[in-house]
Write a protein that binds this ligand. Structure first.
Ligand code: ZN
Length: 147
């Protein structure tokens, strides 16, 4: 399924008890508005594109929030808790659109709904921490081991 074919996943973004800035960040990622390195390059900035978290792949919003091996570990923990196998979607938009928690029960559903938004927010904050504290340098060392 192509990302364009699915509707905008508003129900998975504007979730009760989630701080506005966290929901808004998810909204931005869904529209591809987050300034990841691939977008900065497309704007003409001359900089190397290496994910600040794994140091192996190029950074894009879909990589850093879903596919990055470092972030995958987080997703695996979440799905390990509920013993569910998740087919990892291509895009953030698809991830949110397919985020259904009917199997966790009504009581846990409220928490379940918050999980992707919290992961996105936490990962992005960590990414920025690394990016502005010499994450690139560290990534270059890691790059060596990735080849
Ligand atoms: Zn990565």
């Amino acid at each position: 399924m192509k990302s364009d074919d699915i509707g905008f996943p508003s129900r998975s973004i504007w979730v009760a008890r989630v701080p506005t800035k966290v929901a808004f960040f998810a909204w931005e990622t869904t529209w591809g508005k987050v300034l990841t390195l691939d977008r900065l390059q497309r704007r003409g900035l001359q900089l190397p594109n290496r994910c600040f978290l794994c140091g192996c792949e190029e950074e894009s919003v879909n990589h850093i929030l879903i596919h990055c091996t470092v972030v995958r570990a987080l997703w695996d923990i979440v799905f390990g808790l509920v013993d569910v196998k998740w087919v990892f979607p291509e895009t953030v938009k698809e991830a949110l659109a397919s985020w259904r928690g009917s199997f966790v029960g009504k009581k846990r559903k409220k928490i379940w709904d918050v999980i992707p938004l919290c992961i996105f927010w936490t990962v992005w904050k960590e990414r920025n921490r690394l990016a502005f504290r010499g994450g690139v340098k560290r990534s270059k060392v890691k790059e060596f081991f990735c080849l």
